[in-house]
Design a protein around this ligand. Sequence first.
Ligand code: N01
Length: 534
Amino acid sequence: MLQADPATDLDVVIVGAGFAGLYMLHRLRGMGFRATVLEAGSGVGGTWYWNRYPGARCDIESIQYSYQFDDALQQEWEWSERYATQPEILAYAEHVADRFDLRRDIRFDTRVSKATYDEAGHRWTLETEAGDRVTATFCVMATGCLSSSNTPDFPGRDSFRGATYHTGNWPHEGVDFTGKRVAVIGTGSSAIQSIPLIAEQAAHLTVFQRTPNYTIPAHNAPLDPERVRAVKADYPALRAWGKRMVNGIAFHPNVHPAKEASPEELKREYEKRWAEGGLTFMGAFNDLMLDEAANATAAEFVRGKIREIVKDPETAEKLCPTNVIGCKRLCVDTGYYATYNRPNVTLVDISGSPIEAITPNGVKVGGIEYAVDAIVYATGFDAMTGALLKVDIRGKGGLRLRDKWKEGPRSYLGLAIAGFPNLFTVTGPGSPSVLTNMLPTIEQHVEWITDCFGWLREHGQDRIEASAAAEDAWVGHNAEVAGTTLRSTCSSWYVGANVPGKPRVFMPYIGGFPAYVARCDEVAANGYEGFAVG
Ligand code: N01
């Protein structure tokens, strides 16, 4: 049975004080569980605590990228723009922490290095880098999907004499690039958001692009007070709408296929979506991620826009992606392509000739040294598994998670792992997570996990473990649905392709948020089917 024991002996230990950890703590407290959060940073916010690069925003609309568990909270909080900036999202996370008095149970500046399951006592012991220990019946890893930054090991990387930055671990005091020659390596979402702003400041900006990306204009603007009033008058309706959508975002997808549309209909629909802006561009037709020919019509439309915006035809061609649109995650930008019309911006295509070395003076490609004063690594993350595997997690019989996942992550519902009793992951690999609006997904996970703890307490149990058979079936189902879409067909971080040596497995669950929630609910209703209890 769950017991309230002294200081470091808890019912639940949570790792991470991002949106998942904060809500987990709040909900557990409300249920009478003793819980503590261990957080590596000095503040709350997770992703939004670390990613402070210029231009960082969420590309899900602010009125949907927020908690819905507390109506007073969603009524009182005022977002200022259609897409909230990182400082505003961080302020929101801080507001939530204060409003629900969460900080007193969060230990900041505490990085967890090891987590070990004690089979006899049915408990987890977590060790921190500082050598402290915390024990708890349950361990919840709320460590985020994009929280372990990836900096490629270029030859000579440490020889550079100037300043280096990673977008995912940006200095809190900000960086002034005025008068500096700056290199940005990478052209994913973080680069696409930061490049226009760095270009405005720097004396010269050189962008090193391995793969061009598709990006759709954000058309960001102050939020219309009328729209906010209408949403707040019936917030549950907007939330319920989001939950019916495969990506957890309330929007109007077109239910017709591109394959059956005339050239005029294609153009009209793409122009409309381009003018609306944002990620919902991919909802222009219902077969864009299922059929290559359909997808090619959307891809060609965006290439046409790039050629219209970018004045130098050679640069425009370098910026034109040729792969499936939406296979790598679509980006959302403010003035990205137009930035290449600036006289102080150079694009270096490294697709055929990778970065040879970082030198004391800059970046060397194809025998040419590009001298710079600062290098910005916008090179992404060891996504989905990185933060989990950084911790030495040991389950039954000393089984190491790093060994179990050598060929790629395996989980039951992205929530639990066979061989690791009483360990839960929020938005773990095998859950819809990064393919959806993360906030509702996080809330669903937190509620499912905490309900499970409540059920165990009611039934006088303190041990639960996913069965190997249930895990195998879920992993098989994941692979099967991943194979039905074009999303698994390119070298993206979804399949671990950005980190050398990482196993190629499509990590998030692509069957859609509603189908996933239905399966989770069914598992719970059937007495935690697929789990061994006790
Ligand atoms: O990282 P990325 P990110 N040599 O992995 C390149 C979320 N997010 O931080 O494509 C040269 O997308 C790499 O090249 P390639 C969002 O889910 C959301 O930008 O692998 N280049 C790529 O261009 C997003 O998808 C928001 O060929 C190398 C870039 O670095 C996710 O975070 C904002 C290289 C990495 O792009 C990650 O985005 C920001 C090498 N050795 C992020 N290694 C919003 O909500 C890597 N690259 C708006």
